[in-house]
Design a protein around this ligand. Structure first.
Ligand SMILES: CC(C)(COP(=O)(O)OP(=O)(O)OC[C@H]1O[C@@H](n2cnc3c(N)ncnc32)[C@H](O)[C@@H]1OP(=O)(O)O)[C@@H](O)C(=O)NCCC(=O)NCCS
Length: 186
């Protein structure tokens, strides 16, 4: 029998990270309807309650079942309210994964996502965790909050690596930051 695949629960001083649930649907909806989230993340538009239900009921479990990606709900310790979501997705290159995230407008500017990203990046690079050797972070120039967040977690953008991402049907040039197990930003 194959063991069930679960989202590893991670904890930081102020946060708990675990799997998104049905109770999160209203907060997922609010966060993903937010104009900044809509602007910078390739999400359905308009983003409806059905989109949020699909996210928690199908998208997140499928990532685990297929072993292609893991989505963590970022929660406040204590009341457990959803603050944001963070995804680690396996790349086509062995040992490499890409990260992405959003936070709800009610949670921004308090360092929560920095705290969450640090914990997820450590777990993703840990040989006893997800075991990746390199992590990538893509941001579209203009989204400086995304770049600062990644840099705070140690991602380096010095190599000038670029890629193309599709945002709402438009191809945009993105910059790629790197974080490796054995060094910062390499
Ligand atoms: C990018 C995004 C995830 C950043 O999330 P956030 O929740 O604001 O991030 P944080 O609160 O951890 O950090 C933001 C600021 O809070 C500051 N901060 C405040 N209190 C803090 C504390 N106690 N500890 C650490 N930092 C703190 C940080 O210094 C940081 O400042 P800076 O942006 O001037 O560098 C958020 O803006 C977002 O969801 N944007 C839309 C979606 C998006 O762009 N996603 C990324 C796509 S690549």
């Amino acid at each position: 029998m194959t063991a069930p695949v679960l989202t590893m629960r991670l904890a930081t001083p102020r946060l708990v990270l675990d799997a998104p649930t049905d109770d999160d649907v209203p907060d997922v909806l609010a966060a993903c309807q937010d104009p900044a989230t809509q602007r910078w993340v390739p999400l359905p538009s308009p983003y409806t309650r059905e989109s949020a239900e699909f996210f928690v009921r199908s998208y997140c479990p499928h990532g685990l079942a297929s072993r292609q990606y893991t989505v963590w709900a970022v929660r406040a310790r204590g009341d457990g309210r959803l603050l944001g979501a963070l995804e680690v997705r396996r790349d086509e290159h062995p040992g490499s994964a890409s990260l992405g995230c959003w936070s709800g407008p009610w949670a921004r500017g308090q360092g929560y996502m920095r705290e969450a990203l640090g914990a997820v990046a450590r777990y993703a690079l840990d040989p006893d965790g997800l075991g990746f050797e390199r992590l990538n972070w893509e941001y579209v120039p203009g989204n400086e909050a995304s770049r600062r967040l990644a840099e705070a977690a140690g991602f380096g953008f010095g190599d000038g690596i670029r890629t193309v991402v599709s945002l709402h049907g438009e191809l945009r040039e993105a910059r790629v930051g790197r974080l490796s197990r054995d060094g910062v930003g390499r």
